[in-house]
Design a protein around this ligand. Sequence first.
Ligand code: ZN
Ligand code: ZN
Ligand code: ZN
Length: 330
Amino acid sequence: MTEGDADDDSLAAAVGAVDGHTTRAFSLLGDDTRLAILLALWEEYDPHADDNAVPFSVLFERVDYDNPGNFSYHLEQLAGQFIRQRGERGGYELRVPGLKLVQAVIAGAGVQDVVYEPTEISKDCPLCGASTTIHYEEGLLFHSCSDCEGPTPDRTSVDGFLHAVKFQPAGLADRTAEEIRAASIITSLRTAQSMFDGVCPTCSGAVESWLECCPDHEETGVCGNCGSEFAAWARFRCRVCKDHTNHSPKELALFHPAVVSFYDDHDVSTRFHASDYESLKRGFELLHAHEMALVSTDPPQVAVTAALEDDEVRLTFDESVRVVDVVRRS
Ligand SMILES: [Zn+2]
Ligand SMILES: [Zn+2]
Ligand SMILES: [Zn+2]
């Protein structure tokens, strides 16, 4: 058995049910020269150009390899899945999977452990009114209180933990702390909406969703039984890449057309933008003002009501987080 076979075997064993395509991609990329080829093609890549083919001689020089025969072998290995040969000069260019791979690295995954030190933002702690900060580590943007221990101190090692959002390190560049916070909220909203619509925002895969209710919820403050201020949570999980999120049905209601038009009738905008921090504050106020009530615990169902003046709209979510009933009363 050669060393390459052993690597293939352990890869296949590690990933179990994942298809051969995936194990092949991993083993293909376990080589400096092949990664260098992808990066060199990306550096030459101009998204608006008609022809992005890089001639063999140029590529060979860029990667600074010493043996043309071996270099051709590496190109052949990448061809089909990550790169293709095209253009009149028979050069090479990235295919979309190759481009996405380089973009994932550029966006920050795996390049370095990006850290953003705690920085104060103009939002008071909803629990104690003290000032709050944001900081970034391990791919998450944290929002924490500077004084109290937050609602769930026994579930986290982050002091004053209030909230965390998955965020790409590239989002930290060229933004103030407030703008970073705003961008992270937009990211969270987009993730919620995509999951709610049944498409994984990370890989476009199919999403499974279910509603989880606290059967014995304490309504004031943080519940001692479930450790949350909300009695029900919508859980989402991608069937393909296992990306997952939790969102309150109070938040999901903001995406429903009956709720959007309800607010529009009252001249309240549900249009949010990263450069408009006020619009995001308004969004928070709206979703926190939504009333949520358990309709049933088995199967779990909740109703979320938005009310303004003497007008209201109520959505009922079933156990798979589908809206099964809409009632508007005025
Ligand atoms: Zn606090
Ligand atoms: Zn509870
Ligand atoms: Zn996915």
